[in-house]
Design a protein around this ligand. Structure first.
Ligand code: IDP
Ligand code: MG
Length: 165
């Protein structure tokens, strides 16, 4: 059972600009295993729970609109789960700092991200910040049967269906 896993969301700004493949190519270079992937719409509720720690920030509403694709006329994100040694730190390093202007030019955000003239932070991808957040986020975005590996404890509910414990 993998001890370390992380959630990546390829955000609507990257989808709109045709950068999903570039993100995947870069993440593929890491010694991590892709154990979950899906295209999914982001409901208001999912967005708010995902970013619950930021609900008091002045940019919260814009952040929710952004991840829901409302700023880029995109209906979905690409959600990915990577597992392996130090998955959280490895993906954060490749992602780069939150603000694309401050991110290393060799990182995904530094090379492909941008601040728009309207002040929207188009930073390409979400990456979990620590193991605890990764677990919270992965179990929020994925059902147990959507992952190739039983990362966390789950229980059967009906037939083949399982839910996180
Ligand atoms: P992270 O994505 O690098 O973990 P967080 O601080 O968790 O950064 O913020 C989550 C997201 O909120 C960022 O990726 C970015 O889209 C947005 N965000 C963070 N700080 C700002 C800001 O100062 N202005 C606008 N958007 C921000
Ligand atoms: Mg964060």
């Amino acid at each position: 059972m993998a001890e370390h896993a992380t959630l990546v969301l390829i955000k609507p700004d990257a989808i709109a600009r045709g950068l999903a493949g570039a993100v995947l190519s870069r993440l593929e270079q890491l010694p991590l295993k892709l154990i979950g992937a899906k295209v999914t719409r982001v409901s208001q509720e999912l967005a708010e729970v995902h970013y619950q720690a930021l609900r008091d920030k002045p940019f919260f509403n814009e952040l929710i609109q952004h991840i829901r694709g409302e700023l880029h006329h995109v209906e979905y994100v690409l959600a990915l789960v990577y597992a392996g040694p130090d998955a959280v730190a490895a993906v954060r390093q490749v992602a780069g700092a939150t603000n694309p202007e401050a991110a290393s030019p060799t990182s995904l955000r530094g090379s492909l991200g941008r601040m728009t003239t309207k002040g929207v932070m188009e930073n390409i991808l979400h990456a979990s910040s620590d193991d605890q957040e990764a677990r919270r986020e992965i179990t929020l975005w994925f059902r147990p049967d959507e992952l190739l590996m039983p990362l966390y404890a789950s229980k059967p509910i009906a037939g083949q269906m399982r839910v996180w414990e």
